[in-house]
Write a protein of this length. Structure first.
Length: 94
């Protein structure tokens, strides 16, 4: 009688382990992938926007970092000596 009882408990334990393992290993339901699909579409859209050529209406332009401060207009004068040499009439008016 004891071996039969042990066999029954062992069979029950084995059944529970198999059911729990099957539950943990199985794939998630289909509707759980909706958020991942939305994230993937958002990433694809952002990559396409970054790869698109800049249009005239796109206001996200990079600043021009190559300008030197000596070439800026300041108080109505030009600090570039070459500019004064090309336009002598303007240099006399200021």
């Amino acid at each position: 009688m004891i071996p039969e009882r042990c066999l029954t408990w062992f069979s029950l334990f084995l059944l529970v382990v198999v059911l729990l393992t099957a539950e943990l290993v199985s794939a998630a339901p289909y509707n759980d992938y909706d958020n991942l699909r939305d994230l993937y579409e958002l990433l694809i859209r952002n990559e396409a926007a970054a790869a698109a050529p800049a249009s005239a209406y796109n206001h996200q332009m990079e600043r021009k970092g190559g300008r030197s401060p000596s070439l800026r207009l300041r108080f109505g004068r030009r600090a570039d000596p070459l500019w004064h040499a090309e336009n002598p009439s303007d240099s006399t008016s200021n």
